[in-house]
Design a protein around this ligand. Structure first.
Ligand code: SF4
Length: 387
């Protein structure tokens, strides 16, 4: 009778066959034995939990086998590749090959928190008789993605005057007439004011020539639509069907919304991505041939159709791994009986499938390039500080 721990040890051996120590060469060969190479380069996904998840990056880790496992810049440069898998208006999927998880994660964090966009920061409410409180309304407006290139604007600080280089002004004025049906106020009601705010801050009367000078909440020196970058490219919300509020008969909203440049680390409304994430490349390996009924059983087990059936003649069939990239690691294929002796689930440690979903301010491919520039700047800063 075997104990539970003996069982799990023998299962581990099945997945990563160990080489007896007396079979190892006496002299360092400069190459790792297959089981160590597998553990170095792959996360092994067993039924209970993934194992060998750590990335070993040390010159001494395999020194006794004559293998220098330290980070080598030349090697990184030769191995690193970026392959575009899918590019649409809203999202981008790229494979980043030959990098460490820490770099992939740095890249993800830059995309979420350090790439600036323009978002509504200040809302001046002249009238709001809807059921939505001013604060909630302002919060909703802040989260509406704006289709404008943030690189064309400056950051505004507390003491700066809002001008045409640091502020975008929209107005929203909607009324639901008495006797009519309820209406939805959507983001297309936000109208860009290229000349800046229309709300009067104060008005000064000059006694000399009896003219009055009106001051508004912004100080634009020119109209933004006279600038070449906006003349044929009016600023507007990215989507015109985002519901802001619902108005009943007799209700009205009148406000001005001022958008400024900011970063996602201050508030999520400035994040240029709806989300961005990565996962390691899945690798599904058949440890032995799976034929006939067992092959059909395996195909049925996988909810995302990773496996296929191949006809091997004489009415016999064999299971093949057709779409390993689709594997979600649900582990259904190794559930029950001794299925883990047939199928091995792995993840490639230095191959990341990276997805960027843009909110619309910048196309996803430009977000990728901008994030690379920020990462480069950060590296240069660290290098200059160290030197
Ligand atoms: S882990 Fe799930 S998704 Fe992946 S191959 Fe097995 S059954 Fe399919």
């Amino acid at each position: 009778m075997t104990t539970e721990s003996e069982d799990s040890e023998s299962m581990e051996e099945q997945r990563t066959p160990k080489i007896p120590v007396w079979d190892l060469p006496d002299l360092p060969t400069g190459k790792l034995p297959p089981h160590l190479e597998l553990q170095r380069t792959r996360v092994l996904c067993t039924f209970d939990a993934p194992t060998h998840t750590e990335k070993i990056q040390s010159s001494g880790a395999y020194a006794s086998m004559g293998v220098d496992n330290s980070m080598q810049f030349e090697e990184f440069r030769n191995k690193f590749r970026v392959e575009v898998i899918r590019l649409t208006e809203d999202d981008l999927e790229v494979d980043m090959i030959g990098i460490d998880a820490s770099l992939a994660n740095a890249f993800r964090r830059i995309l979420i928190a350090e790439l600036p966009t323009m978002a509504i920061e200040k809302v001046l409410v002249a009238n709001n008789t809807s059921v939505i409180q001013d604060e909630v309304l302002a919060h909703r407006l802040g989260l509406i993605p704006l289709k404008v290139d943030p690189r064309l604007f400056d950051y505004i600080s507390e003491n700066d005057e809002p001008n045409e280089k640091n502020t975008i002004v929209f107005k929203l004025h909607v009324r639901c007439e008495r006797g009519s049906a309820r209406i939805k106020v959507k983001s297309d009601e936000l109208k860009w004011l290229p000349k800046g705010s229309e709300f009067v801050l104060n008005s000064e009367k000059s006694t000399a020539d009896s003219t009055s000078k009106t001051k508004t909440y912004t100080s634009f020196s020119c109209s933004q639509d006279s600038l070449p970058e906006f003349s044929n490219n009016p600023i507007a919300p990215k989507h015109d069907d985002i519901i802001i509020a619902k108005l009943g008969p007799g209700q009205e909203i009148e406000l001005e919304a001022h958008a400024v440049k900011g970063m996602g680390k201050v508030h999520a409304k400035w994040s240029p991505v709806a989300t961005t994430w990565y996962r390691m490349l899945p690798e599904v390996v058949l440890l032995q041939d799976i034929e006939d009924e067992k092959a059909e059983e395996l195909v049925k087990k996988c909810p995302v159709k990773v496996f296929d059936i191949e006809d091997i003649g004489k009415g016999r069939k064999k299971a093949t791994v057709a779409r390993p990239r689709s594997c979600t690691l649900c582990r259904e294929c190794i559930r029950g009986d001794d299925w883990d002796k047939y199928v091995s689930l792995r993840r490639v440690k230095d191959h990341f499938i990276f997805t960027i979903e843009s909110t619309g301010a910048l196309p996803p491919e430009e977000l990728f390039v901008e994030a690379v520039k920020i990462l480069e700047d950060k590296c240069m800063r660290v290098i200059s500080e160290l030197s």
